[in-house]
Write a protein that binds this ligand. Structure first.
Ligand code: SAH
Length: 364
């Protein structure tokens, strides 16, 4: 049992069960033992693999998407290119390499990285050593200068902490991280009292009158993020592109999952030892964005998005310079990114923009 698990249990003993969002925050970002705080978990030999790590094509197409988006905004001479949760920095490195096709874009862009993990900041610094644009780390998206902005985040929203509510015959009750009857292990428990009406208001409307037994998830950080983007993009033009896994319409269900060494594990068993994520409710995000005055494009599937941006042509161009084994590797990468039972259908892209900009590429 780790010291972090002992600390969490101690806190539950003295303060009572904690929300799943508090548990997730501790498990992921405790400064000494949190999953992200201490290590680089991304890659074939580590815990999980993401789209930019599967193929350079992913970041390259997003780089070209950014150039187009900057042109759509009238090619402003200063641009904040902000990435939320940049992981190893691979996507940004691939984006900037592709964006070099437009030297004016590269001259305008200053890169800002929002990363909570000290370990990953080090990796990002190395990946971006040869960046053609200045790179800086900021504590939060709000800290980026008030210039026109493009914001990207791949598998960022899924690690923002969630809370869960279970519909019971007596109405909604929150699912919390408490202790099992022996007081030995962290286990799901239900709150005795009804949740605060402000919390119930965050449950997607289509689920609010759900059948007993239904679990509804909310992601408290998502509406404030949409509100910030609404304010920022009302003052200066901008758009944000998020790619993540989850349904286009709100669905009930417990989707909190833990992944360690590419295997699913018990989310509560080993805080700090596994990545904790939950699917993104794109309908809820789109609603929050519209309420904040943003134009919303999508969600569309990752397959549709990448195909519209020309991933097949990019794969063909890369293959042309290669021999047999490399060629089949590129074909496999394309399949992993776009195949229906791979990442193609479960993952979605959504774009939130200042009102009145041209429709973003990839969302036709
Ligand atoms: N975008 C990368 C990494 C995805 S993993 C890729 O596609 O490979 C999630 C990333 O988000 C990690 O870099 C993690 O440290 C970061 N992250 C998670 N929650 C965060 C938060 N609240 N603030 C800043 N970064 C966060």
């Amino acid at each position: 049992m780790t010291a972090l698990a002992e600390r969490i249990k101690g806190r539950i003993r003295s303060e009572g069960p904690m929300t799943l969002s508090a548990f997730m925050a501790e498990a992921l970002f405790d400064p000494t033992e949190g999953f992200y705080a201490t290590r680089d978990p991304i890659g074939a030999g580590a815990d999980f693999v993401t789209a930019p790590e599967i193929s350079q094509m992913f970041g390259e197409l997003i780089g070209l998407w950014c150039v187009q988006a900057w042109r759509d905004m009238g090619a402003p001479p200063r641009l904040s290119l902000i990435e939320l949760g940049p992981g190893k920095g691979t996507m940004m490195a691939d984006m900037l390499r592709a964006a070099r096709l437009d030297p004016d874009f590269v001259r305008a862009a200053r890169v800002f990285l929002v990363e909570a993990s000290p370990a990953l900041k080090t990796v990002q610094g190395r990946s971006l050593e040869a960046s053609p644009c200045p790179i800086a780390w900021i504590g939060a998206v709000e800290d980026a200068p008030e210039t026109p902005a493009l914001i990207v985040g791949n598998e960022y929203l899924d690690c923002l902490p969630i809370r869960q509510f279970l519909m019971t015959p007596d109405g909604w009750r929150e699912r919390l991280a408490g202790l099992d009857p022996d007081g030995e292990r962290v286990a799901y428990v239900l709150s005795n009292a009804a949740p605060h009406p402000d919390d119930v208001a965050l449950i997607p409307e289509s689920l609010r009158e759900a059948e007993p037994g239904t679990v509804a998830e909310i992601r408290p950080a998502s509406a404030p993020l949409a509100a910030h983007l609404g304010e920022r993009f009302a003052t200066k033009p901008g758009r944000a592109l998020f790619i993540d896994y989850g349904p286009a319409q709100s669905e009930g269900g417990d989707t909190l999952q833990a992944i360690a060494k590419h295997e699913k594990t018990d989310p509560l068993a080993e805080p700090g030892g596994a990545d904790l994520t939950a699917r993104v409710d794109f309908a809820a995000l789109a609603d929050a964005a519209r309420a904040a005055g943003l134009d919303v494009a999508g969600p569309v599937t990752q397959a549709a998005f990448l195909t519209a941006l020309g991933v097949e042509h990019r794969a063909a161009a890369l293959s042309q310079k290669q021999e047999g084994a490399e060629r089949s590797k590129i074909a496999r990468q394309l399949f992993r990114l776009t195949g229906d039972d791979q990442m193609g259908a479960l993952f979605k892209a959504i774009c939130l923009s200042s009102e009145g900009l041209p429709a973003p590429a990839g969302f036709a």
